[in-house]
Design a protein around this ligand. Structure first.
Ligand code: ZN
Length: 358
C-alpha cells in the first residue's frame, strides 16, 4: 500500500539557512510565473515553459529542475481555479523529484539548495527506517514551526495476511471514540476536555478579532486538529494490537465520506466532529494492512437498534444515548458495546463469505 510519511530533517545552521533561502526563492519564482501565466492566459505546463523558463532561470538563478518544479506547482494551482492571479506563500512547499533529492542511506538525504547539494540527516518518527527502494515519485519539502520535513510517498508491502479466528467489532462515536465488542471503551473524555478548552479560547479570540488574535486562532485550530489526530493514531494502534494478539479480523461500519467545503455553516461544521470517524477508520485500515489483519466494512443500518442477543430491531430498544434495553428479550447493555457486538457479528458473516468464495 502507498503511505505518505513525514520525515524530519536535521540540517545544521548553515544548511537550515540554505534550505530556507531556497524555499523563499522558489516561491518568489512561483509568484513571478503566476503573473505571467495569468496575464497571458496560458495554463498548460509546456506552454508556460515556453514563455517563462529562460526568463525565470536568469532572474532567480535557480537550477533548471527547480524552475521545472516551480512551473509545475503554478500549473497545478491554476488547474483548480483560473479566475484570479494566484499568490504563493513565502514558505510554501517545494516539490522535489529524484533529480534534485536522493536518499543516500536510510538516515541521510542529498538535497539541492541554492548553495548546491547538501547532505542532511533525517529521522522517521514512529516509522521504521525507510527502505529507500520503496520511495515513489516526488516528495514535498515543507517548513513548519522552524522545522523542515519531507512528505515522502513510500510503497509499503502489506504483511502476510493472518488467518483470522473471529472478528472484533468496533463502534465509533463522539462520547466513546471507539468501543470494542470485547467491551473495552476508548473514551473521548480527554479529547472532549481539550476540545472544550480550545473552543472557549477560540470564542474569546473571535470576539477580539484583531490580526494577532486571528493568527493565534489559526494556531490553536492546528493544535486541536493535531491532538485529535494523535488520539486517533493511539486508539488505532491499540485496537490493531488487540486484533493481532487475539488473531482476529476487525469490523467497522462503512462510513459515508463526510466532505466539507467553505459554504457549510457553523452548526454543520460542529457536527463534523464526525470527521474524526473517517480519520480513525483510515488509521485502522492502514495499521491493520501493515499487520496483515483484514478489515471488514459492514452495513451500518440498525447497528445501534438491534439487540445483540436476540436480533430484535426496535427504535425503543435504545433508551437513551448510553443504554440499550431490548423490548423483546430484556437484554440490558451499554449501547455502544451492544452496537459493537452487532458490528462484530456482521463482520463474522463477511469473514465466512470470504472463506466460502476462496
Ligand atoms: Zn433481545
Amino acid at each position: 500500500m502507498l503511505l505518505t510519511i513525514k520525515v524530519k530533517l536535521y540540517p545544521n545552521n548553515q544548511q537550515h539557512k540554505a534550505l530556507l533561502e531556497t524555499m523563499e526563492r522558489f516561491n518568489e519564482a512561483c509568484d513571478y510565473i503566476s503573473k505571467i501565466v495569468f496575464s497571458n492566459r496560458v495554463f498548460g505546463k509546456i506552454a508556460i515553459h515556453r514563455i517563462a523558463y529562460y526568463d525565470v532561470r536568469e532572474k532567480f538563478d535557480l537550477s533548471s529542475q527547480m524552475v521545472v518544479r516551480a512551473i509545475g506547482k503554478v500549473a497545478e494551482s491554476y488547474k483548480v481555479d483560473k479566475s484570479c492571479c494566484h499568490e504563493f506563500k513565502k514558505h510554501g512547499a517545494i516539490v522535489y523529484d529524484q533529480r534534485i533529492l536522493t536518499f543516500k542511506t536510510s538516515d541521510e538525504i542529498s538535497i539541492l539548495t541554492l548553495e548546491g547539494r547538501e547532505r542532511i540527516t533525517i529521522k522517521y518518527g514512529e516509522y521504521r527506517p525507510l527502505d529507500t527502494d520503496r520511495v515513489r515519485g516526488q516528495a514535498d519539502l515543507i517548513y513548519h514551526n522552524n522545522t523542515f520535513y519531507l512528505m515522502v510517498v513510500v510503497d509499503v508491502p502489506d504483511a502476510d495476511p493472518i488467518d483470522p479466528n473471529g472478528v472484533i467489532g468496533i463502534d465509533m462515536g463522539i462520547v466513546n471514540i471507539a468501543t470494542t465488542s470485547d467491551g473495552e471503551i476508548f473514551s473521548g473524555k480527554k479529547c472532549t476536555e481539550v476540545r472544550q478548552r480550545y473552543s472557549n479560547l477560540k470564542a474569546k479570540l473571535q470576539s477580539v478579532g484583531t490580526h494577532s488574535a486571528k493568527k493565534h486562532l489559526k494556531k490553536i485550530s492546528g493544535k486541536e486538529r493535531r491532538f485529535k489526530k494523535d488520539t486517533n493514531h493511539c486508539i488505532a494502534k491499540a485496537i490493531v494490537q488487540i486484533a493481532k494478539d487475539t488473531n482476529r479480523a476487525i469490523a467497522i461500519e462503512k462510513l459515508k465520506g463526510i466532505r466539507t467545503n467553505s459554504t457549510v455553516n457553523k452548526a454543520v461544521r460542529t457536527a463534523i466532529g464526525k470527521w474524526a470517524f473517517d480519520e480513525l477508520g483510515n488509521f485502522l485500515k492502514y495499521k491493520a494492512a501493515l499487520a496483515g489483519i483484514p478489515v471488514f466494512e459492514i452495513d451500518p443500518k440498525n447497528t445501534s437498534r438491534e439487540c445483540s442477543v436476540c436480533g430484535h430491531i426496535d427504535k425503543g430498544n435504545r433508551k437513551n444515548q448510553a443504554e440499550f434495553h431490548c423490548q423483546k428479550c430484556g437484554h440490558n447493555e451499554n449501547a455502544d458495546i451492544n452496537a459493537s457486538k452487532n458490528i462484530s457479528s456482521r463482520g463474522i458473516c463477511q469473514l465466512s463469505h470470504s472463506l466460502l468464495s476462496c
